[in-house]
Design a protein around this ligand. Structure first.
Ligand SMILES: *Cc1c(COP(=O)(O)O)cnc(C)c1O
Length: 384
């Protein structure tokens, strides 16, 4: 095994960032193609930047965010957070008691790790399922969680979404929706209503997923709950700082639904090209992906690597040799090791799909050449 624990994951991320830094310094930013779908961004004018003071900044931009944030997310009130994970933590710290139950329904396991980790921190009993028929709400449940679109962009069925909310509300239990990418994927590609319009009490989205905003979280929902959660947010320093809030406002204003819709069509072309050489790529709403398990099925060479390790080595080769950034090299500990090529962001529009297909193919050949040499694989992932 190459990547064994959270510390290893941080080390591989450090190596990925240093590869990216070298490429930017030596070949320029245009040598990189960020296909993570989390390209982030910081849209701000000089006059806005000059207002970024500790107290003036929030006075101006948090007010502006109420308006654009509620338009994007629905609900009665929004709060800007450092990350989606921060919002999930703050909600669980506020609403979940020790020894109570938290139940989570999502389209496909696993949940984002921040949800079970936050439950563990408060001593709650957490369970998750992707089988709707198995989903039930036991006695002594303090929070029901729904994921709108998973880390691998699997989107929940709208009827199931409604039913879970109904089941929770029949028993007066609040519902938190992890809508990190779902707030845009579900609404734009699947024409579903916003989570708050479906009855969610709290919904949280990630402001750099499928939109040109900064890494951050935006929580919307019932004003009474938002006010309570905001206390925890401020007590533990989970709030977004003024520069991020400014960039959130402009990111939401510049969110372009057409990019998502165009990528929906491009992915069909890429999928067909890839299928000439591979059997296990899958479509996502805005691109294609291969899970660690499916990648392992493509490999007919003897090796001792775990499925996740294969995904890390492959994605590092794509980065090192082709400048293609996917999530596994740069992700935070516990994130999915699925390699997703998202076609909705600006770097994807610079790439010819035939060219991208060739880059994926040549990187895969290199993967086959190294898989049986664990030391060489370790060197690719960690640079030591
Ligand atoms: C990305 C993601 C998160 C976490 O977002 P951060 O901003 O990294 O905290 C949570 N849930 C889902 C489903 C995600 O895709």
């Amino acid at each position: 095994m190459i990547v064994n624990n959270s510390l290893d994951e941080i080390k591989k991320r450090d190596n990925a960032l240093s590869i990216i830094r070298n490429m930017v310094e030596n070949k320029g930013r245009s040598s990189l193609f960020d296909l993570t779908g989390l390209s982030g961004g910081f849209i701000a004018s000089p006059s806005e930047l000059s207002l970024l003071e500790t107290y003036v900044g929030p006075a101006i931009f948090e007010d502006a965010l109420q308006e654009v944030g509620i338009e994007h997310m629905g609900g009665q009130k929004v709060i800007p957070l450092n990350r989606t994970s921060s919002g999930i933590l703050a909600t669980i710290l506020t609403l979940v008691n020790k020894n109570s139950n938290v139940v989570h329904y999502l389209a496909e396991l696993p949940a984002h790790p921040s949800i079970p980790r936050s439950c563990k921190l408060v001593g709650a009993n957490y369970s998750e399922t992707d089988n709707f028929n198995e989903f039930s709400i036991p006695e002594n449940t303090s929070l029901v969680v729904i994921t709108g679109s998973t880390m691998d962009h699997k989107v929940i069925d709208e009827n199931e979404f409604r039913k879970v909310i109904e089941m929770a509300h029949e028993r007066n239990i609040p519902v938190m929706v992890d809508d990190a990418s779902g707030a845009r994927l579900r609404t734009v590609i699947f024409n579903q209503p916003r989570a708050c319009d479906l009855g969610a009490d709290i919904a949280i989205t990630s402001t750099d997923k499928l939109m040109p905003g900064p890494r951050g979280g935006l929580m919307a929902g019932r004003e009474d709950l938002i006010d309570e959660i905001k206390v925890k947010v401020n007590q533990f320093g989970l709030e977004a700082q003024p520069p991020a809030v400014l960039a959130m406002v402009n990111g939401i204003k510049n969110f372009n639904e057409d990019n998502l819709i165009n990528s929906f069509e491009h992915k069909e072309q890429l999928f067909e090209l890839l299928n000439k050489n591979f059997n296990n790529f899958q479509k996502t709403p805005t691109g294609v992906m291969i899970s660690p398990n499916d990648l392992a099925k493509e490999i007919n060479v003897e090796h001792n690597l775990s499925d996740n390790d294969l995904a890390f080595v492959f994605s590092f080769i794509l980065l090192r040799d082709c400048g293609i950034i996917t999530i596994p090299p740069v992700s935070m500990p516990g994130a999915s090791a699925t390699i997703r090529f998202d076609l909705s962001t600006s770097d994807a529009f610079r790439l010819d799909l035939n060219d991208l297909n060739k880059k994926i193919e040549s990187s895969f050949k290199k993967l086959l050449g190294v898989v049986s040499n664990e030391d060489e694989c370790r060197e690719i992932v960690f640079n030591f």
